[in-house]
Design a protein around this ligand. Structure first.
Ligand code: ADP
Ligand code: MG
Length: 499
C-alpha cells in the first residue's frame, strides 16, 4: 500500500519524561477501514504514543503523517480538526461539572453526543447530573459518545473496555465495527487477547517504546503477539534460571498472617482466596481492571465487600474504615503517592504524620521516640533530601520512599504495596524492592501488586495472577517467569505451545 493511502502513519516516535524513556522508536501505520490493535505490556508506551499522536504531548522525535501529509498537533483540539480523536485511558470528564457542562467545555454538540449515547444503548441519560454521581462504565460511554460526535476518521480507544462489564464491552465492539464499516480507522488498545483477536484486522506490538512487530489476523497470531511483547531478551533471562532468593520454607500448618477467603466485591472481584505468610513477599499481577484495585481497597478497609472474609493471624477482621485495617496492623502504600502525602509540608512531618491515632507498635521499628524513628527511616531509606525540605521538591521515587518510611516509623504487621514503583527510575525501584525484602526478612508480610512483570522476580517469593476477578494461577517465584505470568494474566494456559 503506498503511503498516501494510509490514514495515519507515525514513524520512529520518541519521548522522554525526565529520565524515563517512554518511547524510543515507535512506528504505526493505519489504513482506512481497519481496526488496528496496539499491544504491549504495561509501560510499553502505548498511552504515550496515543497522547503524542493527538497533541497532548509534543514528541522529542519522529514524524506523523495524516493521509500522507506531515502534521504535528499542538493540542487535542487541533488533532480533532484533522479527524483524529482519542478516548484516553484516564477518564477525561471533570467530576464537579454536569455532563452537559462537560460537553460544552470540550466544544462538543450535546445533541450529537446524545444521539451516539442512544446508539450505545444509553437512552435516557440526564445531562444535568454531575459527572461525579455517575458510575464509571457510564462515563466511559459518555467519553466515547463525545469522541464519536466529532466523526473522527481515526478513533483511538485506550483500554476503553478494561473496566467495563461484558454487556457494555459488546456495545463497544459493535460500535467499533460500525465505525470501520464507514471507512474509518480505529486504533484499539486492550490487554484482552480474545477481544483483540476477534476485533482487530492487524496489530502493532510495542516493547519498551519500540515497535517490535506487526501481525495480521491469522491463526496463531495470539502466540506471536505474546512472543513480540516478551522479546528475545526475556526469553534469555527465563532460560538463565530462577531468581536468587529462594522462598523461605515454612511448616505446612503455619498460620497465615493474612488470609482472604472467597472475597466478592461487585462488579470486579468475583471470588478471591489466597494466603500470605509472615516473612514472605507475595507478588500479584493482573492486567488493568481485573479487580486488583478493589481487592486492595477491601483489605485496606476503604471498600466494603459483599461476601467472603479477611483474616489476620486466624482472626476474622471487621473492616469498616482504613483505621480498622491499621489497628489490625495492615497498612497500604498506594500507587498514587500524592493521595498519601502533604505536598507543601516538610519531609520529617510527612513521615511522622500519624495517619490515625492509637497505632500499636507493630513491625520492624520498636523505638518509641518519634524523632528518632523518623530520622532512622530517612537514613534507612536513603531518601535524598538535597532537593529541599518540602516534599513536593522530591522526585517521585523519593516521595514514594517517604510513604514507606512513614509506615516504618509507625509500625505494621502486613504491608500492602500497590504498584509502588510506577513511573519511578530503575535505581530507586531497586532500592524500594530491596527495602521490601528487608521488611519481610524482619518478619512482616508483604502483598505487592505490580504492573511490571519483570519486578516479580526482583522482589517476591511467590506470585499469584488475577484474571476476571479470580486468582487463576499461583506459583513460586522460580516458576514465575514473564512468559508464564503474561499468559496467565491474559487468561491463556500458562505453558506455551510451540511457537
Ligand atoms: P502503556 O500505556 O503502554 O502502559 P505508558 O505510555 O503509559 O505505557 O508509559 C510508558 C512509560 O512512560 C512508563 O515507564 C511510564 O511510567 C512512563 N510515563 C508515562 N507517562 C508519564 C508521565 N506523564 N511522566 C513520567 N513518566 C511517564
Ligand atoms: Mg496505557
Amino acid at each position: 500500500m503506498n503511503e498516501a493511502a494510509l490514514l495515519l502513519e507515525a514513524t520512529k516516535m520518541a519521548k522522554k519524561f525526565d529520565s524515563v524513556v517512554a518511547l524510543k522508536a515507535a512506528s504505526l501505520q493505519v489504513r482506512p477501514g481497519e481496526v488496528h490493535g496496539l499491544m504491549g505490556s504495561n509501560g510499553a508506551g502505548k498511552s504515550t504514543l496515543v497522547k503524542i499522536i493527538t497533541g497532548v504531548y509534543p514528541a522529542d522525535g519522529g514524524q506523523i503523517f495524516v493521509k500522507g501529509v506531515i502534521r504535528s498537533f499542538r493540542s487535542p483540539a487541533e488533532a480533532r480538526r484533522a479527524g483524529i480523536v482519542s478516548v484516553y485511558q484516564d477518564p477525561a470528564l471533570v467530576p464537579d461539572l454536569t455532563v452537559a457542562q462537560n460537553m460544552r467545555l470540550a466544544g462538543a454538540s450535546v445533541d450529537a453526543v446524545r444521539k451516539w449515547l442512544t446508539e450505545l444503548g444509553i437512552v435516557r441519560l440526564d445531562f444535568s447530573l454531575l459527572v461525579r454521581d455517575l458510575p464509571d462504565p457510564t462515563l466511559r460511554l459518555i467519553d466515547l459518545a463525545r469522541a464519536l460526535a466529532w466523526e473522527p476518521a481515526v478513533l483511538l480507544l485506550d483500554e476503553i473496555t478494561a473496566s467495563l462489564p461484558a454487556d457494555l464491552s459488546e456495545q463497544i465492539y459493535a460500535m467499533v465495527k460500525h465505525w470501520r464499516q464507514r471507512g474509518n480507522a480505529v486504533i484499539f488498545i486492550s490487554h484482552r487477547m480474545a477481544e483483540v483477536s476477534a476485533l482487530c484486522d492487524r496489530a502493532t506490538v510495542l516493547r519498551d517504546g519500540v515497535t517490535a512487530g506487526v501481525t495480521e489476523r491469522a491463526h496463531g497470531s495470539e502466540e506471536r503477539i505474546v512472543a513480540l511483547m516478551l522479546g528475545a531478551e526475556t526469553a534469555r533471562a527465563v532460560a538463565s534460571g530462577p531468581s536468587t532468593h529462594a522462598g523461605g520454607s515454612r511448616p505446612d500448618d503455619a498460620e497465615p498472617a493474612l488470609e482472604v477467603r472467597g472475597l466478592r466485591c461487585s462488579p470486579l472481584v468475583n471470588e478471591v482466596s489466597f494466603k500470605l505468610y509472615s516473612g514472605e513477599v507475595l507478588g500479584m499481577v493482573a492486567l488493568e481492571g481485573q479487580g486488583q484495585e478493589e481487592l486492595f481497597d477491601c483489605i485496606a478497609g476503604s471498600r466494603r465487600y459483599g461476601e467472603g472474609a479477611i483474616l489476620a493471624h486466624g482472626k476474622e477482621l471487621r473492616l469498616r474504615h482504613p483505621a480498622d485495617a491499621i489497628a489490625a496492623g495492615i497498612v497500604l502504600v498506594p500507587a498514587n503517592r500524592l493521595l498519601a502525602l502533604l505536598q507543601q509540608r516538610p519531609i520529617p512531618e510527612n513521615i511522622g504524620l500519624p495517619a490515625f491515632g492509637g497505632i500499636r507498635n507493630w513491625g520492624p521499628i520498636k523505638s518509641r521516640d518519634e524523632r528518632a524513628r523518623v530520622e532512622s527511616s530517612i537514613e534507612r531509606l536513603r531518601i535524598d533530601t538535597r532537593a529541599g525540605s518540602e516534599l513536593r521538591r522530591l522526585s517521585g521515587g523519593n516521595q514514594q520512599k517517604v510513604v514507606i518510611a512513614r509506615w516504618l516509623a509507625s509500625g505494621f504487621d502486613i504491608l500492602l504495596c500497590f504498584d509502588p514503583t510506577r513511573g519511578i527510575d530503575i535505581g530507586t525501584k531497586r532500592q524500594i524492592y530491596a527495602l521490601v525484602r528487608e521488611i519481610a526478612a524482619e518478619g512482616s508480610a508483604v502483598l505487592l501488586f505490580t504492573s511490571e512483570l519483570t519486578e516479580i522476580a526482583l522482589a517476591c517469593d511467590r506470585a499469584i495472577v488475577l484474571f476476571g476477578g479470580r486468582v487463576v494461577a499461583e506459583m513460586p517465584v522460580s516458576q514465575a517467569d514473564e512468559a508464564t505470568l503474561l499468559r496467565s494474566a491474559h487468561g491463556l494456559s500458562p505453558s506455551a505451545e510451540a511457537s
